[in-house]
Design a protein around this ligand. Structure first.
Ligand SMILES: C[S@@+](CC[C@H](N)C(=O)[O-])C[C@H]1O[C@@H](n2cnc3c(N)ncnc32)[C@H](O)[C@@H]1O
Length: 311
């Protein structure tokens, strides 16, 4: 798909996520992953005239799309959500009533060949969500040590053939620059010796490079405590993740923050004397319905988790 193609993104778990935020008409909310604004529009529809929505995205194309959203209650910032505290400080916003993180990629990012996220198109191997800064995947592959390439592909792609792929990268880059999606996909296809049904052999390696180039797991680990710290009592944190590595981080964070501290051994302290944990889990992990997955296959791996601030 080219630059001229429509910039469509079907929001995943749209009603469920905004419902989980329990929007109060006069509340202040943060959509930390604006994308094409599907969730933001739904939040605005539920806010009254005194409400406020701050949205963030690290992708300049998302920010450009967001400029069309003309609403006095809405503020948009080009920033990574790991910097949420600084962004809110910059807008003079203290505590908020809810934060939504709809992680991963938007459809325009995946569908625009020139972003280099997909092996479906031949394009420069870029993969930066924020195209205004940082190293592209091609630049990283040009100089990263073999052991680091192997670690990234193994850990972030959960790829059994990471060693063979890293070896093939180092061998090929001695002959030419690995600068296109097709070149990288072909190299991976040769190195991966078994086939997973219904899955392109380069799927795992593309996911791994994308996670690494955008520091996705580090960003998430920074953002979760920062978001929780900004919530008012009764404020909601809603997170939609799209793969097990993200969901593991979310699940662990929410578990740690919602369980009472351990009783110190051999000290006369009663459970009732310990401080309450800061968050309370709301419901169980939620997945998209069969009907949503049929209409939007991207929803099939989505998992939504919700927590509420206690104090
Ligand atoms: C799944 S899309 C969000 C779609 C959006 N909820 C909607 O309904 O249109 C994820 C968006 O999050 C952005 N994103 C991913 N990681 C980010 C980060 N660390 N900081 C800010 N934005 C990020 C991506 O650029 C992408 O636009």
């Amino acid at each position: 798909m080219s630059e001229g193609a429509p910039q469509v993104h079907l929001s995943v778990l749209l009603q469920e996520a905004v419902e989980a935020l329990a929007v109060k008409p006069g509340g202040i909310y943060v959509d930390a992953t604006f994308g094409r604004g599907g969730h933001s529009r739904e939040i605005l529809a539920r806010l009254g005239p005194q409400g406020r929505l701050v949205a963030l995205d690290r992708d300049p194309a998302a920010i450009a799309a967001g400029r069309m959203l003309d609403d006095a209650r809405f503020t948009l910032a080009h920033a990574a959500f790991g910097r949420i505290a600084a962004v809110l400080d910059g807008f003079d916003v203290g505590q908020v009533d809810g934060v939504l993180l709809d992680l991963g990629m938007s459809s325009p990012q995946l569908d625009e060949a020139e972003r280099g996220f997909s092996f479906r198109y031949d394009a420069p191997l870029d993969m930066r969500m924020d195209t205004s800064r940082g190293e592209t995947a091609a630049e990283w592959l040009e100089q990263a040590p073999q052991a680091e390439i192997e670690r990234v592909i193994r850990d972030y792609g959960e790829e059994r053939f990471a060693h063979a792929i890293a070896e093939a990268v180092v061998a090929l880059r001695q002959q030419c620059r690995i600068s296109s999606t097709r070149q990288f996909a072909a190299l991976v296809e040769k190195a991966v010796r078994t086939r997973e049904p219904g899955k392109h052999p380069a799927t795992r390696s593309f996911q791994a490079l994308r996670i690494h180039i955008n520091q996705e797991l580090e960003e998430l680990s920074l953002a979760l405590p920062a978001c929780a710290a900004r919530l008012v009592a009764g404020g909601r944190l809603v997170v939609i993740s799209f793969h097990s590595l993200e969901d593991r981080i979310v699940k662990r964070f929410l578990r740690e923050q919602s369980q009472p501290a351990r009783l110190p051994a051999r000290l006369p302290v009663r459970a009732a004397d310990l401080p309450e944990p800061p968050l309370r889990l709301i419901g169980r992990a939620l997945r998209a319905s069969a009907a949503e997955v049929a209409a939007n296959p991207r929803a099939r791996s989505a998992v939504m988790r919700v927590a509420e601030k206690r104090r």
